[in-house]
Design a protein around this ligand. Structure first.
Ligand code: 13P
Length: 242
């Protein structure tokens, strides 16, 4: 789907349902794509130059921040690469960002949301990750920026609660778990006979789509029950503030 059409589509769905929506481009290393999302009216973009040396990460972040801010779009950036989950013993020792780099990055950039490697990773954990709460707390003293937790899939409910206890933790990203719910929806469709080809009729594709949507909705509702603050969720972008 075209990026602007996609933005208009999800915005219209959200309006119809009366839910706050914040359309974000996650982990993007490509300057042209970052600019295209800004131009297409998305609310925020994440520039992920965390694999580059710090000075280059700062330079790329500031470049897209200048462009995005001129268009009223938020920018998230990352220090210390948040990688992928590994074997059990690797998950317990996931690399974390250096506090020195974090300080230098925060001093030198103009961003709206901040992410850093604090012990989480993308994918399914095989071991138990060690979350560095001391780093999150220190970052909270350094900046008022909302802090973003990546690698939300597989964190225990207690881990979520401990993360949310930090006043600066404002966003927790969950992706792999959504894809797993999607997969469960397909498997349930097979179990329930929705994929059986009926002679001359094909099968009901919309019934399968609805089963997948139901599976994702159940998963999302469970997470929201855990994460939703008592006073509700507010989504206010730069565009909204103008
Ligand atoms: P998971 O896929 O581990 O949930 O991580 C999602 C994420 O951090 C996307 O930015």
């Amino acid at each position: 789907m075209d990026r602007a059409e996609f933005a208009a589509h999800v915005r219209s769905l959200a309006e119809k349902q009366g839910v706050p929506l914040y359309l974000h481009l996650d982990h993007c290393k490509d300057m042209a794509l970052l600019r295209a999302a800004v131009d297409a009216g998305w609310d925020s973009v994440m520039v992920d130059a965390s694999a580059l040396p710090l000075a280059e990460n700062i330079a790329m972040t500031n470049k897209i921040a200048a462009y995005a801010h001129a268009h009223g779009v938020h920018v998230e950036a990352e220090v210390g690469q948040i990688g992928k989950t590994g074997r059990a013993e690797e998950d317990a020792g996931i690399p974390v960002a250096s506090m020195e780099d974090i300080r230098a990055f925060l001093r030198a950039t103009d961003i709206d949301l901040f992410a850093a490697a604090i012990g989480t990773a993308h994918g399914l954990y095989h071991g138990t990750p060690v979350l560095h709460h001391d780093m999150i707390e220190e970052i909270g003293y350094l900046t008022d920026l909302p802090f973003v937790i990546h690698g939300g899939t597989g964190l225990s409910d207690d881990m979520f609660r401990a993360l949310l206890a930090h006043p600066n933790v404002k966003k927790i990203n969950i992706s792999t778990e959504v894809k797993q719910a999607y997969r469960r929806g397909i498997l349930a469709s097979i179990d329930e006979g929705l994929l059986q080809v009926m002679t001359g009729q094909g099968f009901e594709a919309t019934a399968v789509a609805a089963r997948i949507a139901e599976s994702i909705r159940t998963m999302a509702e469970e997470k929201l029950a855990l994460l939703r603050p008592a006073d509700g969720i507010k989504a206010e972008g730069r565009r909204g503030q103008q």
